[in-house]
Structure formats: structure tokens, C-alpha cells
Design a protein around this ligand. Structure first.
Ligand code: GTP
Ligand code: SPV
Ligand code: MN
Length: 617
């Protein structure tokens, strides 16, 4: 392939790989092998310190990778503009290389591990020539915690080092935890842009040939060609979801694409809630919700990933394994998410947003009115009459979770938090009601398994196209999705036997009217749905049955207080028999694509739903 046709140095016979005292010899040996093969000029072990971060940032400013923002307006903050061909996750180039094809399942791209290893061997050969190889030991979860797992990522991208430093607990402390018996995940990353002697670098090196490859059995990730988000910050989707879903299946816990929040109700009772919404469907916003109903308080624990495991008493607890937020910028503004805006006042790396003339950032939705002139994400002049967005729709901010003003005291409790409720949600213009409650854990697993959502700019593909996105994990499941459902059923059954599993709900903030306008105001008003869900757990509010489970009885939610008319309210729960029958047919066809692996409980729940649809007038 192209990369190995480029003029490269021959692999070095030896490369000097100094290693920190006490580094596990398995890590040192792996790093040495990789260095010999990828032939970086230099190998640097990252300690995760502030001086190290400052040094890398300074170098990137010098190289043009980062633009320093105005130090008074946005202290400690920078803007990166990616290569326009490297702006989002690439699902079509994401591979699950399990030994058996059936362990990857029909909704993953499967390649036999031996074939993928051979390809990657070619792709990584000499790939770091002319660059520095950074070695980053990291922890997912608080250092030393019972649910915490460890990994080591190598990369030739300083941008990725700075990102990993924010998104994970990276550096010396993590390295010190990896002893001879510690399982650690090998994460190898290259932008795939070797530099010939004397060749000038570009601000955002990458390669059109991308491979985001996972080996679930041997707990490895190999990524080539991209420096963007989940393609490159391998601790995140690659490890904490894809590899972790395989580890969790072996060990009895769940890796989930879920935000985590803490709610205190007006009576002072505390709940912890996890919610799975697909990419760019509102997790960060919900995790930072500012309730519009007096007396309710929401605090943030995580905005993207939760690991859910039985605690000492057998009940489910959850941690946020990450240490930062890699959040969608567009749509984040003072009126929609003031907590995020407050989080972003300093020490942020923004990627692919627009630059204002006074050295600050802007994106669509930050303010009602766009500035008169901007430099857009491509580095070009932009004015409000341009027919293109100033910020890329998948532009993002990378920021430490600790600087979020609503971060909860227990967000980094190594023992995690007890989980009271799990919510599934997607972008659905039609059919799916604002909120409903699953009749049982099995029904909840069915809701998760048949979750569907309109595509967003978070990955390549046609924005708006409806697709099934089970558990909001379609792009993130390192095992056969149907085995993942079976695993959820088993984990729930054990939790119930231990005294109770979390209640499960489904939400849809995105239903539209005939004119294509959202029927529900969303954001802070989402507390109305959340309050109903938690009141249900306490048995304080009523519900009636529907094909989607239990929905609020008349008057249970004060929709007028949310600014929603009676007409809009009934439209939010409207049931169109023909459309719902088609929905059930589509869900059935989707389940069928997994063949005999679909758990019988999931099929039974589809039959229950069909019965309820058939009995509609
Ligand atoms: P990933 O980081 O990709 O996993 O996404 P996420 O689920 O954290 O998405 P995020 O919260 O950043 O939301 C993405 C987009 O959805 C933003 O443009 C938001 O403005 C929009 N959004 C979030 N919550 C709501 C809501 O309640 N109603 C409406 N209409 N839009 C919302
Ligand atoms: C998502 O796409 O769900 C994200 C962003 O959270 S990325 O880390 O790029 O996957
Ligand atoms: Mn995500």
C-alpha cells in the first residue's frame, strides 16, 4: 500500500530506548519492539506532569499545530485545526479482529487477527521515521481503584499526548501501578506520516489510509492514519468501550457509552443515573443539566463512558473511567449549556472551531448572533453570509473534568456510585415518546437492544439517516452485539438477586412536529422527564401502559411549566399504529440479522410490544 511505497529508512538495527526505573519489563520489551519496527528518531516516556504538557504545547505552537488563544479571554487555551480529511471517527475503518467472526458479529467489520497483524506490520514499519515516539502509561478510573484498569499507549502525535493527558490519568502514577500481574491494554498509535530526512512537517500529519483495529482476546488496539478523537485517543472508545466490553464480558461487568450524573430531589434523596445516548445526542448536555424546577439539583460524574460493575453487596455501582470531556462544541451555548460554557473558560484545547478576530473561539450555537467576521475551521475568512458553518459540525473541546463547576464530590470515588436508574435515548423525529419506563430489566434490555437514532456528524456517513444503534454502542462494541445483550441480561439478573437492579427508562428529546420543529425544549427542561423517572422509583407518581412501557399519566408532568402546549404534549406521546407496526417490523429485521444469538427474552419483549401495538385503536 501507499505507505510502504514511500521512501523510508530501513528499520533500525537498534534504537536507544531508555525506560523509567521500575517500569514493568513487559512494557519495556513491547516499547522496544515497536520502536525497532516503527523507527522513531527518539522515544520519550511521558510522566504526565504540567511541565511536560507545557513543553509539548509550546512545541506545537511553534509547529503551527496549535494556535494560542488570547490569554485574557481564554487563559491556557489553544485551537487546533485538523486536516479537513481527518475530522471524525471512521466507522468504516474500525475493525474487530476476534479469532472467530461470530465473536465480532454482523455489525462489526471483522478481519481475522493474523491477516490484520500482517497488514498492520506493513503499516507500522518505519511509520514513525523522523518523529518522536511517546510512551503513555495511563489508568482508566482512579489510580489504585478496584474497578480501575490500566493501559499503555504509544503515539507519534504530541496532540494526542496532550489529549490523553486531559482525558485519562496518564503518567508516572499509572506506570507505578502496573506490576508483573497487572493486566494492561496495549495501544499502538501512529499518524502514519513518516518524514524523510529534511522533509518539512505539516501542522496536522495524518494518512488517508486508516486502520482502527482491535484485538479483543489479546487486549490490543492498533491505530494508523488519524489523530482525531476516538481514532487516536485510544483510551476512550477503543479501550474503555471496545476492549472493555470484551473484558467486562469475561469478568461480569458492563462497559457502557453512558454519561453519569447525581441528582438530589427536593426531599434530599440522592440518586445516581447513567444514560446511553448515541454520539452527539446529548450526553454532555444531560450530564450538566441545570434543572428548571426549583429544589432539584444535578451534579456531573461523567459525560461519555461508564463502567458498571457489581459492588461488594452485589448491587450495581458505576465509575466514569475518564478524567476529561471531549465534547461537541456546536450547540453548546449560554442558553443551552451554561455549565459547559463555565467549564470552558480556561485550559481548553479546541479542535476545528472558528477563531474570532480578538483571539477567542466561536461555533454555531454559542451565541444567537454570529460575529461579523471569523476565521473558520479551515483557516479561511468567514462572514455570517457564508453558506458553510464556521465550526466543523464535529468540532470539539478537550477539557479536564475537574474544572467543571457542577462536578460531583464523588466523581472520582474509586468505589464508584450506586446506580439507581439507566436511561436509553436517541434522536427520533417520530414514534418514540418523550419518556417511558421499562416494565422490567428484560424490557429495558429490549429497549437498549432496539434503540435507534438519526446519524450525527460524530462519524462519517449521512447525517439524519435513521439507524439502529443498540445501547448507543453500535460503533463501540468489541464483542458480538447479541452476546452483549445476553451479558446485560445476566448482569441484571444477578443484581436483582442481590436486592435490586436499577430501573430502566427511555427518552427522546428530539421528536418533531409536522414543520420539522422540535416539540420539546430540551436542555434544562429535561429535568421534567428526569424528575418523573426518579419519582417513579419512589412510587410517587403515576403511569399508564403503552407499547413503549409505562408513560406518565395525565398531569404527572407539568408540561406547561416547560413551555409546552397541550397539543405539543400529546404529540410528544402520539401513537400512530401503522408507523409503530413498521417500527416493530424494522426492529424484528434488525434482531434477525443477529440470528440465533438473539436472547429469547429480547424476542419475547418484541412480541409483547407487537401485542400492544395491535391492540391500539
Ligand atoms: P459524544 O461526545 O459524541 O458521545 O456526544 P454527546 O452525547 O455527549 O453529545 P452532546 O451532549 O455534546 O450533544 C450534541 C448535540 O446535541 C449538541 O449540538 C447539543 O446542542 C444537542 N442537544 C443536547 N441536548 C439536547 C436537547 O435536550 N435537545 C436538543 N434539541 N438538542 C440537544
Ligand atoms: C463519540 O463519537 O461518541 C465521541 C467522540 O464521544 S470520539 O471520542 O471521537 O469517539
Ligand atoms: Mn461518545
Amino acid at each position: 500500500m501507499a505507505i510502504i511505497d514511500q521512501p523510508l529508512r530501513e528499520p533500525a538495527a537498534s534504537v536507544s530506548v531508555p525506560s523509567p526505573d521500575g517500569a514493568d519489563p513487559r512494557i519495556v520489551a513491547w516499547v522496544e519492539r515497536l520502536a525497532l519496527h516503527a523507527t522513531p528518531d527518539e522515544v520519550v516516556w511521558c510522566d504526565g506532569s504540567q511541565p511536560e504538557r507545557a513543553r509539548l504545547i509550546r512545541d506545537m505552537v511553534d509547529a503551527g499545530t496549535l494556535v494560542a488563544l488570547d490569554d485574557a479571554k481564554r487563559p491556557g487555551s489553544y485551537l487546533a485545526r485538523s486536516n479537513p480529511e481527518d475530522v471524525a471517527r471512521v466507522e468504516s475503518r474500525t475493525f474487530i479482529c476476534s479469532e472467530k467472526e461470530e465473536d465480532a458479529g454482523p455489525t462489526n467489520n471483522w478481519v481475522p487477527p493474523s491477516a490484520m497483524r500482517e497488514t498492520l506490520h506493513g503499516m507500522f514499519r518505519g511509520a514513525m521515521t523522523g518523529r518522536t515516539m511517546y510512551v503513555m502509561p495511563f489508568a482508566m478510573g482512579p489510580i489504585g481503584g478496584p474497578l480501575t484498569r490500566y493501559g499503555v499507549q504509544v503515539t507519534d502525535s504530541p496532540y494526542v499526548v496532550v489529549s490523553m493527558g486531559t482525558m485519562t490519568r496518564m503518567g508516572h502514577a499509572a506506570l507505578a501501578e502496573i506490576g508483573p500481574d497487572t493486566e494492561w491494554v496495549r495501544c499502538a498509535h501512529t499518524v502514519g506520516a513518516p518524514l524523510a530526512p529534511g522533509q518539512a512537517d505539516v501542522p496536522w500529519p495524518c494518512n488517508p489510509i486508516k486502520y482502527i483495529s482491535h484485538f479483543p482476546e489479546t487486549r490490543e488496539v492498533w491505530s494508523h492514519g488519524s489523530a482525531y478523537g476516538g481514532n487516536a485517543i485510544l483510551a476512550k472508545k477503543a479501550f474503555a468501550l471496545r476492549i472493555a466490553s470484551a473484558i467486562g464480558q469475561d469478568e461480569g461487568w458492563l462497559a457502557a457509552h453512558m454519561l453519569l450524573l447525581k441528582v438530589t430531589n427536593p426531599r434530599g434523596r440522592v440518586f445516581h443515573v447513567a444514560a446511553a445516548f448515541p454520539s452527539a445526542c446529548g450526553k454532555t448536555n444531560f450530564a450538566m443539566l441545570q434543572p428548571t424546577i426549583p429544589g432539584w439539583k444535578v451534579e456531573t460524574l461523567g459525560d461519555d463512558i461508564a463502567w458498571i460493575a457489581p459492588g461488594p453487596d452485589g448491587r450495581l455501582r458505576a465509575i466514569n473511567p475518564e478524567a476529561g470531556f471531549f465534547g461537541v462544541a456546536p450547540g453548546t451555548g449560554w442558553s443551552t449549556n451554561p455549565v459547559a460554557m463555565d467549564t470552558l473558560t480556561h485550559d481548553v484545547v479546541f479542535t476545528n472551531v472558528a477563531l474570532t478576530d480578538d483571539g477567542d473561539v466561536w461555533w454555531e450555537g454559542m451565541t444567537d448572533e454570529a460575529p461579523a467576521h471569523l476565521t473558520d475551521w479551515l483557516g479561511q475568512d468567514w462572514t455570517p453570509d457564508a453558506d458553510r458553518p464556521a465550526a466543523h459540525p464535529n468540532s470539539r473541546f478537550t477539557v479536564s473534568a475537574a474544572q467543571c463547576p457542577t462536578i460531583s464530590d464523588d466523581w472520582d470515588d474509586p468505589a464508584g456510585v450506586p446506580l439507581d436508574a439507566i436511561i436509553f435515548g436517541g434522536r427520533r423525529a417520530t414514534n418514540v415518546p418523550l419518556v417511558s419506563q421499562a416494565a422490567s430489566w428484560e424490557h429495558g434490555v429490549f429497549m437498549g437492544a432496539t434503540l435507534a437514532s438519526e446519524r450525527t456528524a460524530a462519524a462519517e456517513g449521512t447525517v439524519g439517516e435513521l439507524r439502529r444503534d443498540p445501547f448507543a454502542m453500535l460503533p463501540f462494541c468489541g464483542v458480538n452485539m447479541a452476546d452483549h445483550w445476553q451479558h446485560w441480561l445476566e448482569v441484571g439478573e444477578k443484581a436483582e438477586a442481590a436486592g435490586g437492579a436499577p430501573a430502566i427508562f427511555q427518552v427522546n428529546w428530539f421528536r418533531k412536529d409536522a414543520d420539522g420543529k422540535f416539540l420539546w425544549p430540551g436542555f434544562g427542561e429535561n429535568i421534567h422527564a428526569l424528575a418523573w423517572m426518579l419519582d417513579r422509583i419512589e412510587g410517587r407518581t403515576g403511569a399508564v401502559t403503552s407499547p413503549f412501557g409505562l408513560v406518565p399519566e395525565d398531569g404527572a408532568i407539568d408540561h406547561a411549566a416547560a413551555g409546552v402546549s397541550d397539543e405539543q404534549w400529546s404529540a410528544l406521546f402520539g401513537l400512530d399504529k401503522a408507523a409503530l407496526s413498521a417500527e416493530a417490523d424494522d426492529a424484528a429485521a434488525f434482531l434477525d440479522s443477529y440470528g440465533a444469538k438473539v436472547p429469547v427474552e429480547v424476542r419475547e419483549q418484541l412480541a409483547v410490544m407487537r401485542g400492544a401495538i395491535d391492540s391500539l385503536d
